[in-house]
Ligand binder design. Structure first.
Ligand SMILES: Cc1cc2nc3c(=O)[nH]c(=O)nc-3n(C[C@H](O)[C@H](O)[C@H](O)COP(=O)(O)OP(=O)(O)OC[C@H]3O[C@@H](n4cnc5c(N)ncnc54)[C@H](O)[C@@H]3O)c2cc1C
Length: 544
């Protein structure tokens, strides 16, 4: 087997951190703050032993297993309990609860590991002809149920694990293009590009585990989106294995040859085909980098600064504004308030609602970077400068969130995120509506939720809002507690913004998609699906 289950140890554990990793501990001061602020009575919530989880027997018919083994080799068709468990579900809070024993696991009947795009094509054709569902699986970091192995009306459902499609196919430094197989994990892509002095510049918080195919299939957006763009902006071409055959798209940097069909693959979430190769636009790796922190008085004042920067075209490569609640959570959990005395200093400077603004610039030369910095800072008015220490602290911890979530879950917290986007004129109203919905739904007895929010992706016309909610877990109904809150937040979003800015639709957002794209939109998606996947085997139960 090419991918030992060890690589998926974190999933088996029910978290992001591999078993026994020390960096998932929550400091004592953070526990004290959680108790005082949210009403948490810390409990040690041990992760359910893997052996205690209920895993149904595989129902993959033996003849289909034999056909698949003929294509990829018997050692790449896995039906053992642990292998299937390792590719069960994604990494949302509810997924992790279920792994910790709180519900039914969507376990696939088998895991198939093709070795190249041609094998993917053959596997897809074989599953289509035998009526077996296929769930494309990249890093498995979906937080919307995108990789849940739902069998639906199919005879069985297999996870198509793309981890063996791990190659850089070609680099064209003149055109600044690179072709990758879809299963390449983001850090590997950066490592392979670094050998050519290039970067992709896509750094979502799931960077360490997610794949390029997954990014394309979900229209992912990274922390440096202001500098490098969203993932779909980077995609120049795709190769898709569909039940109707191989489909290659993208021959030039721009085209007027009808609608841009590459966009059908972006955000298709495995329903139209399996992305086997992605051609991406790459850039020279940055030589100079500078990250700085600022504090603004209140979210509205900060959003006004970010809007001004976006509309003047002078955003940093990273531009990220935390609201006062997120600023409090981030600085308290990291110990920042205490160790640096920032809180007292800000009070002296007349800031009553500290909102942290982090701006990072990356460039090829010091002069270029400083010129861009000057252009940005000319429009950052009314902010207190914290300097590079605060900026670097954010950069240092930029991928720490998922580990912190594991630690918070371990002490009995419900901790989950959701995101949306809207136009600047509606941003304040959307933030208030979602906050009210989450607070209203989660406040109960001694449980006092904290709802924190930030802007991390900005455009000329609007921005994303990313919410993190912290509340003591309801021990009697942990899944229902979050599901009700998520429903309230989603209903607050509909009509004001998009149901998802970058997490995609999956299962969780599917009920809200028709309101956003209308019945005609749903019809168009169904028609495309019927054309490419007539027997409906690709990722059953997602998107539409
Ligand atoms: C802690 C955490 C932080 C996150 N932060 C961010 C963030 O900052 N920005 C962001 O955009 N997202 C974020 N996400 C969400 C998630 O990481 C993204 O959706 C990511 O793009 C998924 O990549 P993946 O390889 O893990 O895909 P998977 O989770 O394996 O799959 C996601 C969906 O795409 C389909 N799919 C995967 N590969 C293919 C393929 N080759 N062909 C066709 N369909 C495919 C799957 O069937 C599924 O529907 C985060 C998730 C977590 C858990």
């Amino acid at each position: 087997m090419n991918v030992p289950v060890d690589h998926l140890d974190h999933r088996v554990r029910g978290g992001w951190t591999p078993s026994g990793a020390a960096d998932a501990d929550l400091p004592a001061h953070a526990r004290r703050w959680l108790s005082a602020r949210t009403g948490l009575t810390p409990t040690d919530t041990p992760v359910a032993p893997d052996s205690g989880l209920l895993v149904s027997e595989s129902v993959l018919p033996a003849p289909v297993r034999a056909v698949l083994a003929d294509i990829v080799g018997a050692e790449h068709v896995l039906v053992e309990r642990d292998d299937r468990l390792g590719r069960t579900g994604g990494l949302s809070y509810v997924d992790l609860l279920v792994r910790r024993g709180a519900g039914e696991l969507p376990v696939p009947d088998a895991v198939v590991l093709p070795g190249d795009p041609d094998e993917v094509l053959e596997v897809v054709a074989a599953c289509a002809s035998h009526g077996v569902g296929i769930v494309p699986f990249g890093g498995g970091t979906s937080v919307v149920g995108g990789v849940a192995a739902l069998r639906g009306d199919k005879v069985a459902v297999v996870v198509l694990d793309l981890s063996r499609l791990d190659k850089l196919v070609s680099v064209d430094p003149v055109s600044r293009l690179a072709v990758f197989q879809a299963g390449v994990v983001a850090p590997e892509a950066e490592r392979m590009l670094a050998a050519h002095g290039l970067t992709l510049g896509h750094f979502p918080q799931s960077y360490e585990r997610a794949t390029l195919g997954g990014f394309a299939a979900t229209r992912s957006s990274g922390q440096a989106s202001a500098g490098y763009g969203r993932f779909e902006d980077m995609v120049e071409g795709v190769r898709l294995a569909t039940p109707r055959g191989d489909w290659r798209l993208g021959v030039s940097p721009a085209s007027a040859a009808g609608p841009d069909l590459r966009q059908l693959a972006m955000g298709s979430e495995g329903l139209f085909g399996v992305i086997t190769e992605v051609t991406v636009r790459v850039r020279p790796a940055p030589v100079w980098e500078r990250y700085e922190g600022f504090v603004v008085d209140g979210f509205a004042a900060g959003a006004e600064i970010v809007r001004t920067l976006a509309q003047a075209g002078v955003l940093g490569t990273v531009t990220r504004l935390s609201d006062p609640q997120e600023t409090e959570v981030a600085l308290t959990l990291s110990g920042g308030w205490k160790t640096t005395g920032v809180k007292g200093y800000l009070r002296l400077r007349g800031i009553s609602e500290p909102s942290l603004l982090v701006i990072g610039w990356e460039g090829q030369s010091k002069d270029e970077l400083l010129a861009r910095r000057r252009a940005t800072l000319r429009l950052v008015n009314g902010a207190v400068r914290l300097g590079t220490r605060a900026g670097e602290a954010w950069r240092h911890g930029r991928f720490a969130g998922p580990r912190q979530r594991d630690a918070l879950m371990d002490v009995g917290m419900c901790v989950e995120t959701l995101e949306t986007a809207t136009y600047w004129s509606k941003l304040g109203e959307l933030r208030e509506s979602v906050r009210d919905a989450l607070l209203g739904s989660l406040t109960a007895g001694d449980r006092r939720p904290v709802v924190a929010c930030h802007i991390s992706h900005s455009y000329e016309t609007g921005a994303s809002l990313y919410f993190t909610t912290l509340v003591p877990r309801d021990p009697d109904d942990p899944v229902g507690q979050w599901r009700r809150a998520k429903q309230a937040a989603s209903e607050a979003i509909v009509g004001l913004g998009t149901i998802t800015h970058h997490h995609a639709v999956g299962v969780d957002h599917a009920p809200y998609l028709p309101a956003e794209i209308g019945p005609l939109g749903v019809g168009v998606l169904r028609a495309v699906k019927a054309e490419l996947d007539p027997s409906g085997v690709l990722n059953p139960g997602k998107l539409v």
